[in-house]
Design a protein around this ligand. Structure first.
Ligand code: NAD
Length: 436
């Protein structure tokens, strides 16, 4: 099939590349000229494991192209995907200007039937709004489909190639047939393509992300309580996770959820509920709790130093909002850095992939280390914020000889408590006994 993908971010680029991988002809469009130039020159603009290989293979086989020319990209496309930003507007509701703007541009260019697929996360009713834009500007027939994306950054290629499910919101039989054909190769193992109406499909995405954000937040509160009552959150986690109704995944406590999706999607769903006179109590609490959890490590640090970190220097491992990505949008590390600097501390940071993005955002507010161990030079303590695998089994001898003091604040519970006792560390993690 001939496909156009508008927007080449984490979702658009993965979607375009993975659709090319099954033999489709894909043209990706972006307004960011520098980014398009980079991709035309054969460079992947984001870090996403496994994307490189597919990207280069499909470019080489002429199935994957990049352009800033919307008209050229959509001319022959049967299906046009929109993978555009939907950031929070001033009031917390999703800002639909990218989607509606692109819809308007497309509507003025098309001359034959197209399926317009919205991959962005959007509030209920957006498909109707997009449809209205088309009817205002063209007589050409279109079907507007909601097809939310569930990929996780860090395993996005795997998630796209073998999704747990594909959700397609449409009542058009014609669009349904094309979408079933397009997604067929990705669900060969038998995972479902769930067809539903557009509104249910739009809400499914928000419900999924909000449920996951709630699950993490619940565990963060259990962890906080564990510390107060002398329980171990790891034991509690395993104790509840082995109940199949609860499940083992997404039960790891930490420094709060971040990223480009959960914070904005929870907020947008609350806003949608408000607009419909529904008080979504649980999600409002989730937002409040997460706000506090983002700086829980700072609270622990301040408590340890009797509220005075003036002149202290910290090493910080992990900047990305989660491992295996360079994405730092709403990353807890940024809040932690900001709070510690406000309290008069200095930091040297290290992340395997996200350093350039942080540098571009906050410049020389912190020092950047060449590797994890260099970050420890002259540091009074180490803070661990992102659970990159490389931090899981460090050379503790090197740690001991480089850090000024054997003090670790671990926001991701990477180390065994017994081991930290043996090694003689002060070790403060989340929801577990504090080791002195
Ligand atoms: P992103 O910010 O990484 O990428 C958006 C891209 O769109 C950018 O490259 C930008 O230059 C481009 N763009 C903006 N306006 C444009 C226009 N008019 N024409 C062409 N290109 C334009 O965003 P993302 O993380 O890929 O997210 C896109 C959508 O998918 C959002 O609604 C998000 O909530 C949703 N989503 C994201 C994820 C994720 O993990 N990132 C997962 C599922 C769903």
């Amino acid at each position: 099939m001939k496909i156009a993908v508008i927007g080449t971010g984490y979702v658009g680029l993965v979607t375009g590349t993975c659709l090319a991988e099954t033999g489709n002809d894909v043209i990706c469009v972006d307004i960011n000229e520098a980014k398009v130039k980079k991709m035309q020159d054969g460079q992947v603009p984001i870090y996403e494991p496994g994307l490189d290989l597919l990207f280069h293979r499909n470019i080489a086989q002429d199935r994957l192209k990049f352009t800033t020319d919307l008209a050229m990209a959509i001319k022959d496309a049967q299906i046009i995907f929109m993978a555009l930003p939907t950031p929070p507007g001033g009031d917390g509701a999703a800002d639909l200007s990218y989607i509606l703007g692109a819809a308007k541009d497309i509507s003025k260019l098309i001359t034959d039937y197209k399926v317009i697929v919205n991959k962005s996360t959007v509030p209920v009713g957006t498909a109707d709004k997009v449809r209205a834009v088309f009817s205002e500007n063209t007589d050409v027939e279109v079907d507007v489909v909601s097809n939310p994306e569930f990929l996780r950054e860090g395993v996005a290629v795997e998630d796209f190639m073998k999704p747990d499910r594909v959700v397609v919101g449409t009542t058009s039989e014609r669009a349904k047939k094309l979408m079933a054909e397009l997604y067929g190769p990705y669900v060969r193992q038998g995972n479902p393509i769930l067809f539903m109406d557009e509104r249910s499909s739009e809400l499914t995405k928000y419900a999924a992300n909000s449920f996951l954000a709630t699950k993490i937040t619940f565990m963060n509160e259990i962890a906080n309580l564990c510390e107060l009552v002398g329980a171990d959150v790891d034991a509690v986690r395993k104790g509840i996770g082995s109940d199949s109704r609860i499940g083992k995944r997404f039960l790891f406590p930490g420094v709060g959820y971040g990223g480009s999706c959960f914070p904005k999607d929870v907020q947008a769903l609350v806003k949608s509920a408000d607009e419909n006179d529904y008080h979504f109590a649980i999600l409002k609490s989730v937002m409040d709790v997460n706000e506090k959890q983002k700086t829980i490590l700072v609270e622990k640090v301040l408590k340890y130093y009797a509220n005075n970190v003036q002149g202290k220097h910290f090493a910080l491992w992990g900047l990305a909002f989660k491992p295996e990505t360079d994405d730092i949008r709403e990353a807890p590390a940024l809040y932690i850095i900001d709070a510690l600097i406000k309290h008069g501390a200095t930091l040297t940071v290290f992340d395997p992939e996200a350093m350039a993005n942080v540098k571009a955002l906050i410049g020389d507010k912190v020092n950047y280390a060449e590797n994890a161990y260099d970050a420890l030079e002259n540091a009074d303590a180490l803070l661990i914020v992102t659970e990159w695998s490389v931090f899981r089994n460090p050379d503790f001898e090197r740690l001991e000889s480089t850090l000024k003091n054997k003090v670790i604040f671990d926001g991701r519970n990477l180390y065994d408590l017994e081991k930290m006792i043996d090694l003689g560390y002060y070790y403060n993690s989340i929801g577990r006994k504090q080791i002195n």
